[in-house]
Design a protein around this ligand. Sequence first.
Ligand code: SAH
Ligand code: SF4
Length: 431
Amino acid sequence: MNVADSELVGGILNSRGYTFTGELSDADVVLLNTCAIRDNAEQRIRGRLGLINAQKRTRPHLVIGVLGCMAERLREQFIEEERLVDLIVGPDEYRKLPALLDGAFGGEKGIAVRLSRVETYDDIEPLRTEGISAWLSVMRGCDKFCTFCVVPFTRGRERSRSFDSIVDEVRMLADKGFREVTLLGQNVNSYRDGGHDFAALMKAVAAVDRTMRIRFTTSHPQDMSDALIDAIASTDNICKYIHLPVQSGSDRILALMNRTYTASQYLHLVEKIRNTIPGVSLSTDIISGFPTETAEEHRKTMDLMREVRYDGAYTFMYSARERTKAWEMGDSVAEEEKSARVTEIVELQRGISTELNQRLIGTVEAVLVEGPSKKSDAEFMGRTDTNKTVIVPKGDLREGDLVDCRIERANAATLFGEPVRADKHTEGEAA
Ligand code: SAH
Ligand code: SF4
């Protein structure tokens, strides 16, 4: 979401003549787009701000700004009390950036942190810097008010972009040669524009170019409609991968979290998804150490994980956030206990992921080649339809190729493949 928002800011500033520089020492403006979801995300930004501020000693005209959720959360504190930055701009105020920058070059401090009920940046083309896989925000904000979560306070009320503008943007991305689009929203499946729900949007977007992969994130279990499950099942180029955060396996904790489902309702949903979409891959988010979570309730989360057998899981230590309901519940689970629970969950998941991935050895998977592998110049990284990372030898492959690969090896995080047939499609031909 933040990468997509940064591209949006890039689009707004690029149209006013600003360009990116890879070197901090060349920059006239440094904008940090920030996350406030957990305290450690904020601490990292504070560390980074310290380093960037050091540059101001030799270059007093450098303009430093903080964008995004942390700007929304801390507001004046950054400018007035801590004097760390020149600009503070919340997620719904990016249109004001050019004017605020003009002011900042004249020595003014600028704050814009109003949340909007309507801003979707519908008409702004993000400045995308990579050409294979595109992020596309289709809705902003969140109305769910999970009791642990700061998002409704930092990103505001839920609102959807217009159906037509999204379909048009996907068409433009296809024309530019993008091979994959991920529709984004905090609660992407509660998308609605007039008579169009998220299932209708997915179908329309997938119909733009049948050779383009369509993904989405993040979906809330409550809004996982039958129509959406059917759309995923029946549309070849909608990827068979769903990130479906459960957060906890204990009904008492789920109720305290205001997640609106019980563990057994969630399990039924998973069953329905698996019956309708054979081979679907599932991942989740889990919070460990929510206020008052007992060892027994932690075990229930592990039981649920064993039952679902997720392909992947992101596990977080609970971080108390001001203004949320859970903030008032106190932060009762000791940090060491949270950390021990996270470790258990991560180990359990590593075992499950390894088993599931190793089952794929010998099978052939269609891999979209996305870019260089981090570890070796001789290899590319790509992903399967089910969102698993695959490392393949470069050979004569090019970024953007969709290539069938036989899986030779696998660990918890990565598959290693060999192309069985080079991508024969020439430009312009259907894949
Ligand atoms: N809208 C998405 C999640 C956005 S935040 C959804 O509801 O699924 C991403 C993840 O961060 C959440 O799923 C949750 O697991 C985690 N998270 C959010 N607030 C948190 C907090 N206060 N402490 C720890 N983890 C948190
Ligand atoms: Fe936060 Fe819950 Fe909204 Fe996700 S659904 S963004 S966890 S309030």
